[in-house]
Ligand binder design. Structure first.
Ligand SMILES: [Zn+2]
Length: 242
């Protein structure tokens, strides 16, 4: 039920790999591990088991966004690892509390996807971040679109980009919001397609060497496929002409 794929110091943990793949990542930061996204409620077992096998403690949890398949094991992990620092964008901290109202300066499209009902998530984030903040070995890249406060994590030194649901790989590489019939869920859960395209452009300009997303396998040297997916999205949304 869980598959682990290692690329250098990044471990990709895939739950339900064959039918609804949901990824979490453990990044080896030297003395400790950073968990990126908390997958599904039962995933805490596999996450802790993998950390134990690596032989290092999890000192930090970063959430790319507040959808249910990225925060599922959060409360359980925070209860078991109370010293662990929980990090999310200031904007999606609001979603984590179950508040789906939009800020006045945002596109007024409806927040979609599995957002927790008010009060269901007990964990209060220890740190709220925004564009450019440094968390462990990663820099925060604000990538609104899938949710208003979606973030990607970029490691400048290694070129590793953990992009949450800004892109999907399962069912075909796509920018968030672009429907892939064999894996339509990320598109159905996307708040604003135009913002998602702008964020995807920002990510391709980083020229990452490795891309890890919420749904689908690792992509090595992903720049060309990311650019293709952006072009497809721009044509589909008529941002550019065919
Ligand atoms: Zn999502």
């Amino acid at each position: 039920m869980m598959k682990v794929t290692q690329k250098d110091s990044i471990f990709q943990l895939t739950f339900f790999p064959s039918w609804f793949p949901v990824n979490s990542y453990l990044a080896d930061e030297g003395d400790a591990l950073t968990l990126i996204d908390a997958a599904l409620p039962f995933s805490y077992k596999g996450i802790l088991k993998t950390a134990e096998a690596i032989g290092k403690p999890i000192s930090r949890i970063i959430l790319t966004h507040a959808h249910s398949d990225h925060i599922g094991a959060l409360d359980k992990l925070k209860a078991l690892l109370p010293d662990c620092e929980v990090v999310i964008s200031a904007r999606d901290a609001k979603l984590l509390r179950g508040d789906v109202t939009l800020d006045t300066n945002e596109p007024q499209t409806k927040v979609r996807g599995g957002v927790p009902k008010p009060g269901t998530i007990k964990t209060v984030p220890d740190r709220e971040v925004s564009e450019g903040d440094v968390v462990g070995s990663f820099r925060v890249v604000a990538t609104p679109g899938h949710t208003p406060g979606h973030i990607a994590l970029y490691n400048e030194a290694s070129g590793v980009l953990l992009a949450g649901d800004a892109f999907q790989v399962r069912g075909g590489v796509a920018v968030s919001g672009q429907l892939k019939p064999f894996f339509p869920f990320p598109a159905w859960a996307t708040w604003n397609k135009e913002a998602a395209i702008q964020s995807a452009i920002k990510l391709v300009h980083l020229s990452p060497t490795l891309l890890g997303v919420g749904h689908g396998h690792f992509l090595t040297d992903p720049k060309t496929v990311m650019a293709q997916a952006i072009r497809q999205a721009q044509v589909a949304e008529e941002v550019v002409k065919r």
